[in-house]
Design a protein around this ligand. Structure first.
Ligand code: NAD
Ligand code: DAU
Length: 345
């Protein structure tokens, strides 16, 4: 039996990964360490909570005492815990610096002191900055050049993980993935906001001209990639995880409206995100050489995601009806433009 510490396992990707590992490895035990911020949600794990191979610990990855205690009991570490939303980091980045930078350091130091077998840092394509149209996709050797507060904090964690591999010989691996979509994604990210708004006939806020490009990855494809890199990746190396699914903002909105049979004029252009990164694009040939490739293209991934939100209205309505969420939505969208993104048709 091996024990894996998964941090941030009550969030979107982390909860999929907890489920994936329990189903894939019958001889693995999981400790899920999660602070349960606004984004952490135990409803995401209802189906596995009674598994004898699963233990939940509520706590902060910045808490060195707690982290050291847990680290004594584990063989493998996968760190998802982070503040993950760019728009919130623009409102204020203190929590981002704590969790995404100091928290990673705290985990790495404990992992070094306890001699864990493997440590995987879940990083992001945002550490590379922004590409212009026509520029080649990033390889793992592209300069780390983050441009927004979230991405800077993630880059600090990414580089610290690499430094621990170089300096202390800690068996670290790093993944840098593109935009994940799928069920259980908190409705502050673009795709779940658009689906929920469209279902309720509320306008879909499109930042700026809607020309920014993102690569999209179905969340279970990301879980498989992390599993592969954790077990087969070369020590100290980073691996891009991209779906080869680039799409701009307008086409994401159009496709969601099309699937839900809603009119195109539900789209509302609003003020752009300050410092908006205009294009992310990954060269994923390094992880593909290890044997990974995405199973879902953009259309399939988006359709599965729309179906999940249609089938799980209770999950997202509970969040959307909460006072905290309403306050966030008001702060984020109310004054964005003359195009009232909250307008009901
Ligand atoms: P999420 O916001 O849905 O979940 C984050 C989880 O971490 C929550 O459960 C939260 O409670 C927990 N958490 C936050 N700070 C913590 C702390 N200090 N201690 C313990 N737990 C804490 O995020 P997500 O979208 O699932 O992203 C997970 C990871 O993957 C993040 O590291 C993110 O940077 C990275 N990532 C996300 C994407 C994406 O498209 N969502 C793409 C690439 C990489
Ligand atoms: O690329 C990986 C990153 O993807 C992860 O590291 C982040 O944790 C994750 O949040 C995501 O970041 P983005 O900023 O790309 O995701 P978001 O859903 O916030 O925005 C996607 C695109 O949609 C981006 O171009 C901004 C735009 N957008 C977003 C929102 C929330 C809109 O046009 N309207 C919106 O309301």
């Amino acid at each position: 039996m091996k024990t894996m510490l998964i941090t941030g396992g009550a969030g979107f990707i982390g909860s999929h990964f907890v489920r994936y590992i329990l189903n894939t490895y019958r001889d693995y035990r999981i400790i899920n360490l999660d602070k349960l911020t606004y984004a952490g949600n135990l409803d995401n794990l209802i189906d596995i909570v009674d598994s004898p191979r699963y233990e939940f610990v509520r706590g902060d990855i910045c808490d060195a005492g707690l982290v050291n205690d847990l680290m004594q009991r584990v063989d493998l570490v996968v760190n998802f815990a982070a503040e993950s939303h760019v728009d919130r980091s623009i409102m204020g980045a203190e929590e981002f610096m704590k969790s995404n930078a100091l928290g990673v350091y705290t985990l790495l130091a404990a992992a070094r002191d306890c001699g864990v077998e493997r440590f995987l840092q879940v990083s992001t394509d945002e550490v590379y900055g922004s590409l212009e149209a026509g520029e080649d996709p990033w390889t793992e050797d592209a300069p780390i050049a983050p441009r927004n507060p979230y991405a800077v904090a993630k880059a600090a964690g990414d580089m610290m993980a690499r430094a621990f591999a170089i300096t202390y010989g800690l068996p670290v691996v790093i993944t840098r993935a593109s935009n994940n979509i799928g069920g259980f994604q908190y409705p502050e990210k673009r795709v779940p906001i658009y689906i929920a708004n469209a279902i309720d006939d509320i306008a879909l806020p499109v930042y700026g001209a809607g020309t920014a490009i993102r690569d999209h990855l179905y969340v279970t494809d990301h879980c498989e990639a992390i599993d592969l890199v954790l077990h087969k990746g070369a020590q100290g190396e980073a691996y891009n995880v991209g779906g080869e699914n680039e799409a701009d903002g307008l086409s994401v909105a159009e496709k969601i409206l099309e699937y839900l049979e809603k009119p195109r004029d539900l789209m509302a252009h609003v003020a752009d995100r300050p410092g908006h990164d205009m294009r992310y694009s990954l060269d994923a040939s390094k992880i593909m050489a290890l044997g990974w490739k995405p199973k879902y293209n953009f259309e399939e991934a988006l359709r599965l995601t729309v179906e999940w939100y249609l089938g799980n209205e209770d999950w997202w309505r509970k969040i959307r009806d909460s006072a905290d969420y309403r306050e966030y939505y008001r702060r984020q969208y109310e004054d964005r433009s003359a195009d009232d993104a909250d307008r009901r048709r």
